[in-house]
Design a protein around this ligand. Structure first.
Ligand SMILES: *Cc1c(COP(=O)(O)O)cnc(C)c1O
Length: 232
């Protein structure tokens, strides 16, 4: 794996997608998804200028983040259990995967105890896949006001993971629907939601064309994730 080369290529592809969409090149941030990767890889990425990192498990992040350079920005992108909220707030600057009122309330309570504000994204399961976490769109619209009333949470936008497909172009309507849902949420709240976190290794260019502000890229940067070694 040549990380510098991969990064260079991804940045060129991101810029070209911005140009195609008539968007400023600095309107999209690349998040490096480091799940399954050791701290040395994070350090290498940081040396190449990457500053935003994503992890999907609290346990793994808890072991890894303290062993990484201290100036980095970490966000949680995986399903969060309510009993891990306190730890998650200690590790992450933003929780991208808020998928229920119950979880939001627990995060709000923990943030209250820590006397801080917590930026969040609301994760949406656009097509209602049974195997996926995330708000169903109708449910999100119903609960939006209650979510917005939680004083320690700041809603910054929406996040989604489209259904897996061998043809990335198939994800375009999902990205379009997330953007439209964000616009509906903005009208309901009477306030802008600046972030749309969508697009991964196979489909980040399409996501950028459809308005992504954060793309979450793992394998296209770092190669296939090391498999966990099972004891014999
Ligand atoms: C693993 C993961 C990614 C990155 O996926 P790649 O296909 O490796 O780029 C993005 N978002 C979430 C939520 C993930 O869990």
């Amino acid at each position: 794996m040549d990380l510098a080369e991969n990064l260079n290529l991804i940045q060129q592809r991101m810029e070209a997608a911005c140009d195609r969409a008539g968007r400023p090149r600095d309107s999209v941030t690349l998040m490096a998804v480091t799940k399954g990767q050791p701290p040395q890889v994070v350090e290498q990425a940081a040396r190449l200028g990457l500053a935003l990192f994503g992890e999907n498990k609290v346990q793994e992040a808890k072991a890894k983040i303290p062993r990484c350079p201290s100036r980095l920005h970490w966000q949680m992108i995986g399903h969060l259990q309510t009993n891990k909220c306190r730890e998650a707030l200690g590790l992450f600057e933003m929780i991208q995967s808020v998928d229920s009122l119950h979880l939001a309330e627990e995060l709000n309570n923990r943030a209250e105890q820590a006397a801080r504000m917590t930026p969040i994204l609301l994760e949406v399961n656009i097509v209602g896949e049974a195997s996926k976490f995330g708000y169903l769109p109708e449910r999100l619209l119903e609960e939006l006001e209650q979510l917005n009333a939680l004083p320690r949470l700041e809603i910054h936008g929406l996040m989604t993971i489209p259904p897996w497909t061998p043809r990335p172009e198939k994800s375009r309507p999902v990205f379009q629907q997330l953007r439209q849902l964000k616009e509906r949420c903005e009208r309901l709240l009477g306030a802008p939601l600046p972030q749309l976190s969508m697009g991964m290794s196979d489909d980040f260019e399409i996501a950028i064309e459809e308005g992504a502000t954060i793309v979450r890229v793992g394998t296209a940067l770092f190669g296939a994730r090391p498999k966990a070694v099972k004891p014999a």
